[in-house]
Write a protein that binds this ligand. Structure first.
Ligand code: FAD
Length: 354
């Protein structure tokens, strides 16, 4: 196995890794991006067929290059994002190695050793940008093992076709749950029960991803200035009323029931004893950051996060975390938001190297 050296290893070649690469290149840093996928596009390659961005193309752009409009669509689909990312990495000649999976990051003398399934890299700094799609979260609910049907997560959803004539329970009152429930109910061939922990909270119809970025930024500024927490995006609501969700809601197809108390062999049961049968349950219950490759550094804080100051890991200044959520920078888990935190991370890393 080969053993290579570079100044910076970026782990992950999705949008966050590419944004980091863009800024490292501008700062003339020697780096490599290691990505476990065989093709460009990160998690967008695996999105369901009807998924649309919650912002128009020009509000979904990485640094340096506006996302072009998708013909006939105000809100682009995932395939359009994949093409944009493919073009982006080619345009900026980003040094990406695929498929390379990072197995572990270790301290070794003054360097960090990045152990992969195709050899080791030694670097003076690491930017981890591995996203969350790869760690679906399913809550612990009584009876989970008893249910006789299929249990699936958001990451496994493609289209309603596979569920025609079936009873499906969709769990989750966030964007994924609302969008998948809307999609499944579209042509009336699937019997859908939508379940949410609390009554669905839609953002106002005129608010899309454009406003979310501003709200996340205002919150971060308030917190940094020692002012009280504005509540950020969560204070506005949980669900962006993208056109298909709005249509389903207005047609009365999105009536959420409260969370059930347990799974049974044939479906679910609520605390009042009522039941619903199902052949499949979709858990649209979110994700956790994909950080297992950082376990050897022993940095873990609460809820699987690693404590950071901006993007820099508190316990390891040579490590930056990019794109996982607001905890690594306001709106850094969005196409438009990741550019700014990527720039800050690249600058900090450059400062460290000099
Ligand atoms: P990813 O796209 O997940 O890329 C991470 C890359 O790292 C992947 O290629 C992965 O294979 C690789 N990787 C992981 N582990 C390793 C490892 N150990 N070694 C090597 N490589 C590794 N954002 C918006 O801006 N607009 C939207 O409309 C929008 N809609 C969304 C809808 C859904 C359903 C979801 C889940 C998210 C949405 N987001 C949206 C949020 C966000 O933009 C995406 O989640 C985006 O994919 C995050 O990019 P990323 O680069 O951080 O992670």
């Amino acid at each position: 196995m080969s053993n290579r050296r570079t100044q910076v290893v970026v782990i992950g070649g999705g949008q966050a890794g590419l944004a980091a690469g863009y800024h490292l290149r501008r700062l003339a840093i020697d780096f490599v991006i290691l990505d476990a996928q065989t093709e460009p596009g990160g998690a967008w390659q695996h999105a369901w067929d009807s998924l649309r961005l919650f912002s128009p193309a020009n509000y979904s752009s990485l640094p340096g290059r506006l996302m072009p409009r998708q013909a006939g669509e105000e809100y682009p689909d995932a395939a359009h994002v994949v093409e944009y990312l493919r073009d982006y990495e080619r345009r900026y000649e980003l040094p990406i190695q695929r498929p390379v999976r990072v197995l572990g990051v270790h301290r070794e003398g003054g360097m960090l050793r990045v152990e992969t399934d195709s050899g080791a890299w030694h670097a003076r700094a690491v930017i981890s940008a591995t996203g969350t799609w790869w760690r679906p979260f399913l809550p612990a609910v009584p009876g989970r093992r008893d249910f006789g049907g299929r249990q699936l997560h958001t990451v496994e959803y493609r289209s309603p076709l596979a569920f025609a004539g079936r009873r499906v329970i969709v769990v989750g009152g966030g964007n994924s749950g609302a969008q998948i429930a809307a999609d499944l109910t579209l042509d009336g061939h699937v019997d859908v029960t939508w379940v949410a922990q609390r009554p669905p909270r839609y953002l106002p119809d005129d608010i899309d991803g454009r406003a979310l970025f501003d709200v996340a930024t205002a919150r971060r500024r308030a917190l940094d200035a020692g002012r009280s927490d504005t509540g950020g995006v969560a204070s506005l609501g949980d669900i962006v009323a993208v056109p298909p969700v709005r249509a389903a809601r207005d047609a009365g197809r999105l009536q959420a029931r409260p969370m059930f108390s347990q799974l049974t062999v044939g479906g679910v049961r609520w605390a009042d004893g009522s039941e619903a049968g199902a052949e499949a349950i979709f858990w649209c219950t979110g994700f956790r950051p994909a950080l297992s490759h950082l376990a050897p550094l022993n940095l873990r804080g609460p809820r699987g996060h690693i404590p950071t100051d901006g993007t820099r890991a508190l316990g390891e200044p040579r490590l930056h975390l990019l794109g996982y959520g607001d905890w690594t920078g306001p709106a850094s888990a969005t196409l438009i938001g990741v550019g700014r935190t990527a720039r800050e991370a690249a600058r900090e890393v450059t400062g460290l190297l000099s």
